[in-house]
Ligand binder design. Structure first.
Ligand SMILES: [Zn+2]
Length: 258
């Protein structure tokens, strides 16, 4: 049996400005946030399957007391960051790709998981690179402007990266497919360990309840396609007993659909 460990960085609201504002359910009220704000978790996952330590997306690149938050969370779970063997990236929006690398005091960027191979769709990386360069120096605003060109350049040049294409196997346990929908080159992953199928749908399948309703989301690049994909994954996953990992779900990050 694979071990699934959600690595929650916290709960946030996000509105049209695409800024992530921390939300404390004890003290904050959703109605005080800008109209249309969504309540979301930011939650990478670690899946341990045999000798594979697979990180699914990398969070926002937050830090706590000067330490990279994802390192702290991993250490609390008894995992050393150097144990990570695979980093699977669904897409490169900042809430998923922020933790790919960090800026070090000497001014250079370094990958945060030195022993891992990073898997990312080739066209997603190229898209991120071209948009980052156009928007360099800006903060906030739309998602594209949150890209830092150096970070993606580092990934592009690195011998630790494997570029993904339409579909295929990363090894016998891990399968991927270009889905599009949320963004043009969004990728989804399946991890198979013995009889168990774990599905990570990134922002095409971000929350449990979204798998149960038909709707077109404004934040998707192709909202109709996302809706159809969600329905397709929900039906197949139900039939085949997949374990779904929901990156933005506050309450139900790991669920089977029944
Ligand atoms: Zn997201």
């Amino acid at each position: 049996m694979a071990q699934i460990i959600p690595l929650a960085e916290g709960t946030f609201t996000v509105d049209r400005s695409k800024k992530f504002i921390p939300f404390d359910p004890q003290h904050d009220r959703l109605q005080d946030r800008p109209k249309g704000s969504l309540l979301i978790e930011i939650q990478p996952f670690l899946v341990i399957a045999g000798s594979h330590y697979i990180l699914l997306d990398t969070g926002l690149n937050l830090s706590n007391n000067q330490e990279f938050l994802l390192y702290q969370i991993l250490k609390e779970k008894g995992i050393d960051p150097s144990q990570i063997t695979h980093v699977l990236l669904s897409h490169l929006h900042k809430d998923h790709a922020g933790g790919i690398c960090s800026l070090h005091p000497d001014g250079s960027y370094r990958l945060n998981f030195p022993q891992a191979i990073y898997y990312v769709h080739e066209d997603e990386l190229k898209y991120a690179l071209s948009h980052a360069q156009q928007n360099e120096g800006e903060t906030g605003g739309d998602i594209a402007s949150s890209y830092a060109a150096e970070e993606f350049e580092l990934l592009f040049q690195s011998d630790q990266v494997m570029l993904l294409h339409d579909e295929g196997y990363i090894d016998t346990h891990i399968r991927y497919q270009l889905s599009g929908g949320h963004c043009p080159y969004h990728v989804v992953f399946w991890i198979q360990d013995q009889d168990e199928i774990i599905f990570y749908g990134g922002d095409v399948a971000p929350q449990y309840l979204q798998m149960k309703t038909r709707y077109v989301a404004k934040y998707d690049y192709d909202g109709r396609k996302s809706m159809e994909l969600r329905q397709q994954f929900a039906e197949q996953g139900k039939r085949e007993g997949w374990t779904f990992l929901f990156y933005h779900d506050v309450q139900r990050p790991v669920m089977k659909l029944i």
